[in-house]
Design a protein around this ligand. Structure first.
Ligand SMILES: *[C@@H]1O[C@H](CO)[C@@H](O)[C@H](O)[C@H]1NC(C)=O
Ligand SMILES: *[C@@H]1O[C@H](CO)[C@@H](O)[C@H](O)[C@H]1NC(C)=O
Length: 398
């Protein structure tokens, strides 16, 4: 399903930016395309140029790589051996960390999943800590002894029309029996490819401050989570990128142009610090983060690809997160829709339903005096969408 993920160019400035925002490393999604080998080399080179602190590891995209005979496994092994001694290779529990997207049907010519993967990644190689994202019933984890842990790819989003919960984390952790659990956190999901291209056109529910709620869950339950993986840095096709829009795009311009997501990066900084240390950073200045679709979910558009599947799972609402140094009155405005709330110091989440063409604005007052006004350029809703664009428009005050 998620087979359009690419390693787009990882640039040295991406690594410096990610590191500055509290991200410890990148996982490189590696498929079968021949150009990917060189992009992986670029990424390791860029990481090294940046220093030794930022780490990389491989996730083999088994929706793309063949895995029916031992030869197929050679390609994966080459990726491991090429970077086994690289100073920026992520080591976890004294072994090379490696992950996958899918791969539950791979046998590499062996009789069983365990044997196939063991031959591929755990025989004649330096130790590999294997944390795949097999799409299998977690109740079978006990028998999957080739896994040193598991990544729950879909744990980053509600898999239906409900608010995010940690059921998937609980099931994974309970069935891993102490092995490494890698949890997903993602801000959004919208992909809009017609039948003539990748033929995937759907949303996952990103309402109710999904990114914040999910991060808060991971921070609270950090004792049972080894690694938090943010999906993603640069998957433009699925609209969950948090890095800058740059490089070649997988035909996603129609929904990403003008939709920069870097406003989310400072939230990553705040939450990742909580995740890594157990306590949130001190808030030294008021901040406003806001995001929303710019068009009503139910509106019709002149767009031959059609509405994304499950479009009705999302409400027309402006999602706002504020970081306050001290209690304040926070006013959200969009045209005639106005909401004023007394908000304590710290992080709070607020929302405003909108109905009309209007521009969004957030104001913070203390003692009746305006302390901060944030009305980002182009943050405006339109009742009549030019196409079905369910991507999030994201803004953060400086
Ligand atoms: C749409 O929602 C239904 C009901 O939750 C779910 O079964 C289905 O997988 C969803 N479709 C997509 C493409 O996400
Ligand atoms: C799931 O959430 C509940 C309630 O907050 C918590 O008690 C539990 O430890 C969490 N489990 C995991 C594995 O995150």
């Amino acid at each position: 399903m998620n087979n359009v993920i690419l390693i787009l160019c990882i640039l040295p400035q991406d690594i410096a930016l990610a590191e500055k925002k509290g991200i410890d490393g990148f996982v490189l999604n590696v498929g079968s395309d021949s150009w990917q080998r060189a992009r992986v080399a670029d990424a390791y080179e860029a990481a090294q140029q940046n220093g030794q602190g930022f780490k990389l590891f491989m996730s083999f995209d088994m929706s793309s790589m063949p895995c029916s005979n031992p030869e197929d496994g050679k390609k994966l092994r080459e990726y491991i051996t090429t970077y086994q001694s690289h100073p920026n290779q992520l080591k976890y529990k004294n072994a090379i960390l490696a992950s996958t997207f899918a791969g539950q049907d791979c046998r590499f010519g062996a009789k069983s999943l365990n044997e196939g993967w063991r031959n591929t990644l755990k025989t004649g190689l330096p130790p590999v800590h294997f944390v795949p994202s097999f799409f299998v019933d977690p109740a079978t984890f006990g028998g999957l002894n080739v896994m040193d842990g598991s990544f729950s790819w879909n744990s980053g989003w509600p898999m239906g029309n409900y608010r995010i919960n940690n059921n998937s984390d609980v099931t994974y952790v309970n069935n891993l029996g102490g092995r490494t659990y890698m949890a997903a956190v993602s801000p959004w999901f919208f992909t809009h490819y017609g039948k003539d291209t990748y033929n995937k056109n759907f949303i996952y529910r990103g309402d109710d401050w999904l990114f914040s709620e999910r991060w808060e869950m991971l921070v609270k339950n950090r004792a049972s989570i080894g690694i938090a993986q943010v999906i993603s840095w640069n998957d433009f096709g699925e609209s969950h990128y948090i890095g800058p829009i740059e490089g070649a795009q997988p035909r996603s311009e129609a929904w990403t142009t003008g939709f920069d997501h870097q406003g989310w990066l400072d939230l990553v900084q705040y939450y990742s610090s909580g995740f890594k240390t157990g306590s949130y950073p001190v808030i030294t200045r008021d901040r406003v983060f806001m995001w929303s679709r710019l068009y009503p979910a139910g509106a019709d558009a002149p767009d031959g690809i059609g509405k994304p599947t499950n479009w009705s799972f999302t409400e027309d609402c402006l999602w706002v997160v504020v970081l306050l140094t001290s209690p304040a009155q926070v006013r959200l405005t969009c045209g005639v829709a106005v909401s004023t709330t007394m908000v304590p110091s710290g992080l709070s989440k607020l929302g405003l339903h909108f109905f009309a063409d209007c521009a969004a604005k957030v104001e913070i007052f203390r003692g009746g005096v305006l302390a901060l006004q944030f009305a980002p350029a182009k943050f405006a809703f339109h009742k009549n969408p030019p196409n079905y664009n369910f991507n999030a428009f994201v803004a953060a005050s400086p």
